[in-house]
Design a protein around this ligand. Structure first.
Ligand SMILES: *[C@@H]1O[C@H](CO)[C@@H](O)[C@H](O)[C@H]1NC(C)=O
Ligand SMILES: *[C@@H]1O[C@H](CO)[C@@H](O)[C@H](O)[C@H]1NC(C)=O
Ligand SMILES: *[C@@H]1O[C@H](CO)[C@@H](O)[C@H](O)[C@H]1NC(C)=O
Ligand SMILES: *[C@@H]1O[C@H](CO)[C@@H](O)[C@H](O)[C@H]1NC(C)=O
Ligand SMILES: *[C@@H]1O[C@H](CO)[C@@H](O)[C@H](O)[C@H]1NC(C)=O
Ligand SMILES: *[C@@H]1O[C@H](CO)[C@@H](O)[C@H](O)[C@H]1NC(C)=O
Ligand SMILES: *[C@@H]1O[C@H](CO)[C@@H](O)[C@H](O)[C@H]1NC(C)=O
Length: 318
């Protein structure tokens, strides 16, 4: 029998080798993976950011993972995404992305999809992975964090008050550029989508479940994990061709098309991001959040954004 130490060492070596050969982009260690019986657990844990920001680090690590999962030689059939930060599943994109002088080790446009910005291509690729993709949400997911959830096949969460979902882009003078509001309108309908997205309002887990934004909510983390792990292991019994084939058809009718995302979401955000109003608000946001650090504004953005607009809840009511 292999000693636990050797087993661990072997795993570490294998993991290191796999990264060395497979990774197309630099690795930052923000997405930790383990797998067994065809189910891959991917924990998003961006320790460079107290809000689990969707910055270039997370994007690079997810892109490397996506490349592995796209390969036909993987035995993975289900991918479970969760977060290592209990307050933030993913706060939002690194807002610096929209500012002049932004520097990143990643290309602005995807080398494989030159008509798509890197994060847009990443979310598109996640939406059509051959595996079933399931998000277990604990913490806030706003902006591209919610768009990430939309690009997954299923979403589950706890009823914790830390679970808050939102498309916050309109408050920046932007639109959800990865197509998040389009996916959302397929889940919850046009009226509710526009109610929440135009007002950049946070939705809590219980309401999100009621509307169909989240598949199902659970009283606690253990109950969620038990349900989702059982579901994942069940799906992973089945031949991969059936999983991929079923997703192919459902995607065809319930996902915005590539052209629609590129022309009606991505091109629009690229145009709007340059506007003086957006640039001024982004600068103010970065200052007020101490560069997107954990604090009242990030924790409670749906309410706290009013301060950035110099109004109070009371004033809105009158
Ligand atoms: C699954 O885990 C094994 C080690 O147990 C590893 O060799 C393999 O690369 C992993 N697969 C993925 C897709 O990470
Ligand atoms: C702001 O935070 C992002 C994400 O952690 C980081 O990449 C960037 O360097 C920070 N900017 C400043 C000015 O500290
Ligand atoms: C996987 O197989 C599909 C269908 O044959 C093919 O289009 C695709 O290029 C393959 N992917 C990789 C990474 O080899
Ligand atoms: C996330 O990273 C931090 C810092 O390395 C670590 O303490 C924590 O255990 C990680 N969380 C998970 C769920 O992996
Ligand atoms: C998305 O997948 C395509 C292959 O279908 C690849 O060319 C492209 O680089 C990928 N981009 C990301 C960010 O995953
Ligand atoms: C998934 O199914 C579609 C439709 O049959 C096919 O074009 C694609 O190559 C399949 N992908 C994989 C990885 O098998
Ligand atoms: C709110 O007030 C600040 C400070 O006077 C000002 O810089 C900012 O432009 C105002 N914001 C809005 C949206 O009116």
């Amino acid at each position: 029998m292999i000693s636990p130490f050797l087993g661990r060492l072997g795993f570490t070596l294998l993991f290191a080798l796999q990264l060395a050969f497979a990774a197309r982009y630099p690795s930052f260690g923000t997405v930790q993976t383990t797998n067994s019986s065809g189910v891959l657990n991917a924990v998003i844990n961006n320790t460079a950011s107290s809000t689990n920001l969707f910055d270039y680090r997370v994007q690079a690590d997810l892109a490397n993972l996506v490349e592995t999962l796209q390969a036909n030689d993987t035995d993975i059939r289900v991918v479970l995404f969760s977060s290592g930060n209990k307050e933030f599943f993913i706060a939002h994109i690194d807002v610096d992305f929209f500012l002049p002088g932004y520097e990143s080790p990643l290309p602005f446009f995807d080398p494989g999809f030159p008509d798509m910005t890197f994060p847009t291509a990443l979310l598109w690729n996640i939406s059509q992975l051959p595996q079933a993709t399931i998000a277990m949400v604990e913490g806030r997911a706003r902006g591209i964090g919610n768009e990430f959830l939309m690009s997954c096949d299923m979403r589950f969460s706890t009823t914790s008050p830390s679970v808050l979902l939102a498309q916050l882009e309109t408050s920046f003078g932007l639109n959800p550029g990865g197509g998040g509001a389009m996916y959302l309108s397929n889940l919850i309908g046009r009226g509710r989508t526009l109610e929440y997205v135009l007002s950049a309002t946070d939705i809590d887990a219980v309401t999100a479940e009621k509307y169909g934004w989240i598949n199902r909510v659970f009283d606690n983390s253990a109950a969620m994990k038990e349900y989702v792990h059982t579901l994942a292991r069940r799906i992973a019994l089945f031949p991969p061709a059936g999983i991929n084939g079923t997703k192919f058809g459902v995607n065809a009718v319930s996902r915005p098309s590539r052209e629609v995302i590129v022309q009606k979401a991505m091109a629009v955000i690229d145009m709007l991001a340059a506007s003086p109003a957006t640039q001024a608000y982004a600068a103010r946001f970065l200052k007020a959040t101490n560069n997107q650090s954990i604090g009242e504004l990030e924790l409670d953005y749906g309410q706290a954004l009013l301060a950035l607009y110099n109004v109070t809840e009371e004033e809105l009511k009158n």
